[in-house]
Design a protein around this ligand. Structure first.
Ligand code: S3P
Length: 177
């Protein structure tokens, strides 16, 4: 079921699954406006996520996510929103828009990241991905929670971005979202 509240699309899913890439491709295809919660937080703080984690700790970052979520609910409409991998825990997620979970196995995500031309950068900027054993445990803990929060689940493993985006655009059109 799509949740047309505010007519936003909110992508959730684990780090590195492709939320930003898919959101940008959908923005280009649909000509809607889009934003990313990590980018909003970085500009609010004028520093990188990695630096925020290092100097203030994770709890501080989570507060910034909550603040961002409240602003999105109140002020943003008709947008395509990509989020950080832990953003789905904000209390008002379903009030922001239709929640789309981009699903893949942990191995599929690692493969995608490692095959990327900027693989080192992609890994280095994510503080919670530095230890693969811990990241895998986090993935296992979160996987069912992402599903529970989703209005729509899209399996992205081994699929081309173009195909995924076409499916999403059709879904939006069919539902007059
Ligand atoms: C996090 C994911 C990151 C970023 C932060 C925390 C998480 O975003 O928000 O490092 O808790 O999963 P990406 O999912 O874009 O990597």
């Amino acid at each position: 079921m799509l949740n047309p509240k505010n007519h936003n699309i909110v992508f959730i899913g684990f780090m590195g699954v492709g939320k930003g890439t898919i959101a940008r491709a959908l923005i280009q295809k649909t000509k809607r406006m889009g934003l990313d919660t990590d980018d909003l937080i970085e500009s609010m703080e004028n520093r990188k996520i990695k630096m925020i984690f290092e100097t203030e700790g994770e709890a501080y970052f989570r507060k910034l996510e909550k603040k961002t979520a409240k602003w999105l609910e109140k002020s943003v409409k008709n947008a395509i929103i990509s989020t950080g991998g832990g953003f789905f825990k904000v209390a008002n997620l379903e009030k922001i828009g239709t929640v789309v979970y981009l699903k893949s196995s942990f191995e599929g995500i690692l493969k995608r990241l490692q095959e990327h031309e900027n693989a080192e950068l992609k890994l280095a900027k994510r503080p919670l991905l530095t230890d693969f054993t811990k990241a895998k445990a986090l993935f296992n803990e979160r996987a069912p929670l992402y599903e529970a929060k989703a209005d729509v689940i899209i399996d992205v493993e081994n699929r081309k971005i173009k195909e995924i985006v076409n499916d999403l655009a059709t879904l939006l059109k069919t539902n007059k979202h």
